[in-house]
Write a protein that binds this ligand. Structure first.
Ligand code: COA
Ligand code: AMP
Length: 626
């Protein structure tokens, strides 16, 4: 039996013992005596009687252990030409002062703070400062527009927002502050105060009495000590796209999260004190939360915060330059980033320009890893390339090849095997497990392991309805797939209306809501179609109202502009076609899946329930890839 099988079996047969051992990696102000509270079966709580502080675990305890002079954070920003290193002692001091500044604005245990920042040190510092106070942060990705930010402010009822004057994209400066001002104007529950990082590239106009300068506030603040909180208290809310337009507030607790992060660093990513981990994901996404900020620091490793792109800052060698400059041991990114690099450097000339001796493995997640990208990376880098499958909801891998436990033989197209703690089953529509090799719904047998979501923010009902009600005793991932005869997992894609655009998770439902709001639109559908760089991109189809006086190209341009304004540039919504009708079932359901398959160049069977097959015939030339 190999180490993986041993760990998996123990986690399955003795979860309390397994996770109690894993919990030893954490410093508790009150150690857990009970590991798992299953009194409410759908709402498992991990370490219910324990107390800790996550920021003390990520920072202070490494300083206390004599590692204050070791580098904790490397900020590497090709868009501003800056590299800055923070030792554990410096980062602890900065976080303590940021916590003091937030406390001076009235933030305390349980209060929510929205963080809307580009990839600058203040993002990491403000997340950890909230954790230090026992406050709950909610980071909003900078590519989202004001309306999305306002929706998150309202749902979280945030007391304070931390933001910056601007972000820097390769071709333009993105003014964040006007977007924040607009969101505050739109919000029903406007925050009481903001803390703004003024960047020299574009300074923001401040509202007296409400907006506070980050540097001044930190300089004036008294360092705040870590506040012990219950392991079950929320550490953060991270909103993610569901099938409807309303984002879901994924809750992460403090104790289970810390334990899962520490376990995964050692056993999946093989990172420990002194190692350098670089997760090249924006902190606005789950990968950024878990593997740019929390897990490396909890493990006492160095983390890299990169404000740049895989290509264009300045070229497709940027990732290998960072690896070489900072001695990165493990790089984690999305397949789309590797596709972008490969497109510009197919022969790997820029890869060879840099010393990559430190790099032990490349981890890829966030979307399906297509075989050509996998093969290029393996051939060009000559190191293990490890696909891992997970979701914002779980916060850490469900399926991976566990580098720390010893790599298993990879299989093309599979992220490999379920990680200990996750009981992966594939079910048919009646909820019965299907035989190996048969497709079905990928589900996780309850309870979910530590670190996975305990519920949705202030919405237990929606949590149950979204994830737990389809099959009794199981969590529904929303992905379809199958297990092979050896238990390798194959993920085939979402079975709902969630799409993945350049590794960014988006809801076609929210885009449809924007299209439907246009006065000339009678009906609409948005589907995710295959794209060689971004994996998927959204395409819209609209039917105009009878008598509407608007040219199709004018309407299309207006709709593209509205999606950008309401959801944000990250939606990459660039194409909408005006069509005479949409294909529907006799009960009126739009055949989105059939449309998507045709747009992807496939020839799906026409569903027998179709109301009028002629509608599909008319659509074919528009749908088919050119
Ligand atoms: N703030 C403001 N705007 C942002 C932004 C941010 N933080 N991030 C992206 N945007 C904007 C971009 O400027 C772009 O706007 P444009 O339409 O005016 O050009 C739009 O949102 C789309 O951005 P992006 O998805 O980055 O596409 P791209 O074409 O600029 O770059 C890739 C393509 C593949 C290089 C890029 O998507 C990438 O690096 N993806 C990796 C994603 C990732 O790591 N995901 C995390 C999950 S593991
Ligand atoms: P997110 O919540 O943004 O992490 O997106 C989660 C979704 O991305 C999953 O439900 C999958 O559809 C998809 N996904 C993530 N990782 C993988 C992977 N390794 N292989 C296939 N799909 C993936």
């Amino acid at each position: 039996m190999n180490a993986y099988q041993r760990e998996r079996d123990r986690a399955a047969t003795d979860p309390a013992g397994f996770w109690a051992d894993a919990a030893q990696a954490i410093t508790w102000t009150r150690p857990p005596r009970q590991v798992l509270d299953d009194a409410r079966p759908q709402f498992t709580r991990w370490f219910p009687d324990a107390e800790l502080n996550t920021s003390a675990n990520a920072l202070d305890r490494h300083v206390d252990a004599g590692r204050g002079g070791d580098v904790a954070l490397i900020y590497d920003s090709p868009v501003t030409g800056t590299v800055r290193r923070f030792t554990f002692a410096e980062l602890t001091d900065e976080v303590a002062r940021a916590a003091g500044a937030l406390a001076a604005l009235g933030v305390g245990h349980g209060d929510r703070v929205i963080i809307y920042l580009p990839m600058i040190p203040a993002a990491v510092v403000s997340m950890l400062a909230c954790a230090r106070l026992g406050a709950v942060h909610s980071v909003v990705f900078g590519g989202f527009a004001a309306a999305e930010l306002a929706a998150r402010m309202d749902d979280a009822r945030a007391k304070v927002v931390v933001s910056a004057s601007c972000g820097i994209e390769p071709t333009r400066i993105v003014p964040y502050k006007p977007m924040l001002d607009e969101a505050i104007a739109q919000a029903t529950h406007a925050p009481e105060a903001t803390l703004i990082v003024q960047r020299d590239q574009q300074r923001a106009t401040m509202v007296a009495g409400r907006d506070h300068d980050w540097d001044e506030a930190l300089a004036a603040a008294a360092p705040h000590p870590p506040v012990p909180v219950a392991a079950t208290d929320p550490l953060y809310i991270l909103y993610t796209s569901g099938t409807t337009g309303r984002p879901k507030g994924i809750v992460r607790d403090n104790g289970g999260h810390a334990v899962a992060m520490a376990w995964s660093m050692r056993n999946i990513y093989d990172i420990g004190p002194g190692d350098v981990m670089w997760a090249a994901s924006d902190v606005g996404w789950a990968v950024g939360h878990s593997y740019t900020v929390y897990a490396p620091l909890l493990a006492g490793a160095t983390t890299v915060l990169y404000e740049g792109k895989p290509v264009g800052t300045p070229d497709a060698g940027a990732f290998w330059r960072v690896v070489s400059d900072h001695g990165v041991n493990v790089l984690f990114t999305a397949p789309t980033a590797i596709r972008a690099i490969r497109r510009e450097d197919p022969a790997g000339d820029l890869v060879r320009r840099y010393d990559r001796a430190s790099l032990r493995a490349l981890f890829l997640a966030g979307e399906r890893l297509d075989p050509p990208t996998y093969e290029w990376a393996v051939a060009t880098l000559g190191i293990p390339v490890i696909d891992n499958y997970w979701q914002t909801e779980t916060g850490w891998p469900i399926v991976a090849n566990p580098l720390g436990l010893g790599l298993l033989p990879p299989r093309a197209g599979s992220p490999t095997v379920p990680i200990p703690g996750y009981d992966v089953r594939v079910l048919d529509p009646a909820g019965e497990p299907v035989p190996a090799g048969t497709e079905g719904a990928i589900c996780l047998r309850l309870p979910l392991p530590p670190g996975a979501l305990p519920t949705l923010w202030e919405d237990d009902e929606r949590y149950v309805a979204s994830y737990l009600s389809a099959f009794d005793g199981y969590y529904l991932t929303g992905d379809g797939g199958y297990l092979d005869e050896d238990g390798y997992v194959f993920v085939l894609g979402r079975t709902d209306d969630v799409i993945n655009v350049a590794g960014h998770r988006l809801s076609t439902g929210s885009m449809e809501a924007v299209l439907a709001a246009h006065p000339a639109v009678a009906e609409c559908a948005v589907v995710g179609v295959a794209d060689p760089l971004k994996g998927q991109v959204p395409r819209g189809f609209v039917v105009v109202k009878v008598g509407a006086q608007i040219a199709p190209e004018t309407l299309a341009a207006e709709l593209v502009a509205q999606v950008r304004a309401r959801i944000g540039p990250v939606a990459a919504f660039g194409r909408v076609d005006v069509v005479p009708a949409l294909p529907k079932t006799r009960s009126g359901k739009i055949l989105r899946r059939t449309m998507r398959e045709i747009a992807d160049g496939r020839s799906p069977a026409v569903p027998p329930t179709i109301e009028d097959p002629a509608v599909l015939d008319v659509l074919l030339p528009v749908l088919r890839p050119s």
